[in-house]
Design a binder for this molecule. Structure first.
Ligand SMILES: Cc1cc2nc3c(=O)[nH]c(=O)nc-3n(C[C@H](O)[C@H](O)[C@H](O)COP(=O)(O)OP(=O)(O)OC[C@H]3O[C@@H](n4cnc5c(N)ncnc54)[C@H](O)[C@@H]3O)c2cc1C
Length: 103
């Protein structure tokens, strides 16, 4: 479908949001050869929570850090999440999810 069907714009991919997740998806679409990728952002500025974050990606207990000699564990990650996320630290709340997966 294109303009003849009454659309304002036709695109190969439409990405909703403009945080790290959405912009990564948009870049991947472009890298995969889609020439027309549209990013839709509902707020007045791009970036979402990503734009005010620390900017480093935290992947607890990941295999790359382990191979580089860093010491980390699921227990440490759980302890950090319990301290940082008040809801999950309440008695009876479900445990934070930390599973070790290979990318
Ligand atoms: C102060 C702070 C520091 C942080 N530091 C770190 C850190 O150091 N390391 C780390 O790994 N994580 C950190 N985080 C967490 C991290 O920022 C978020 O997990 C991450 O940015 C989420 O990215 P996202 O792409 O999923 O969503 P966001 O970056 O929140 O992007 C979502 C976007 O989608 C838009 N949107 C939503 N609904 C619609 C819609 N219907 N239509 C159009 N647009 C829509 C929103 O307006 C927003 O712009 C931090 C968070 C905060 C608040």
């Amino acid at each position: 479908m294109g303009a003849e069907a009454g659309w304002d714009h036709a695109a190969d991919a439409v990405v909703v949001g403009s945080g790290n997740g959405a912009l990564t998806a948009a870049l991947c679409c472009h890298e995969m050869g889609l020439p027309d990728v549209v990013v839709l952002e509902k707020s007045g500025q791009y970036g979402g929570t990503s734009s005010i974050s620390g900017g480093r990606v935290w992947i607890p207990n990941n295999h790359l850090a382990a191979e580089a000699g860093a010491s980390d564990s699921l227990q440490d990650a759980r302890a950090y999440l319990r301290a940082a996320l008040p809801r999950t630290s309440r008695p009876g709340a479900s445990r934070p999810t930390c599973a070790r997966r290979r990318a």
